[in-house]
Design a protein around this ligand. Structure first.
Ligand code: ZN
Length: 107
């Protein structure tokens, strides 16, 4: 058995990050050791990393916990994180907001 090591959050630099999965009751459960990876493989449940500092969920394409941890720690899929963040934003609202500021600055 070995503990899971996660690097600090790339956004807020918080070290308060956890590997989480969802149990059959739909509750998020914290995964603290690599022993629990087998369980997740059997359950086919989504695995993700949550940062308690900025309240961000990081969900790579893979459901394999070791790959989720690996991609978090190597930070390769930064583009994918940005895509997920952009998806969460309301683009039309942002555009209207900017248009509002432009017009009020003009007058
Ligand atoms: Zn964070």
């Amino acid at each position: 058995m070995s503990d899971i090591e996660l690097k600090p959050c790339p956004f807020c630099e918080s070290e308060n990050v956890n590997l989480l999965s969802v149990n059959k009751d739909g509750e998020a459960v914290c995964i603290t050791s690599t022993d629990e990876f087998e369980l997740i493989h059997d359950m086919q449940e989504p695995t993700y990393i949550h940062c308690y500092g900025c309240d961000m969920d990081y969900m790579p394409d893979s459901d394999k916990p070791e790959e989720v941890v690996d991609s978090w720690n190597t930070r390769k899929p930064m583009e994918r994180i940005m895509e997920q963040l952009e998806d969460k934003m309301d683009h039309s609202f942002n555009q209207r907001y900017r248009a509002f500021w432009r017009s009020s600055n003009d007058s």
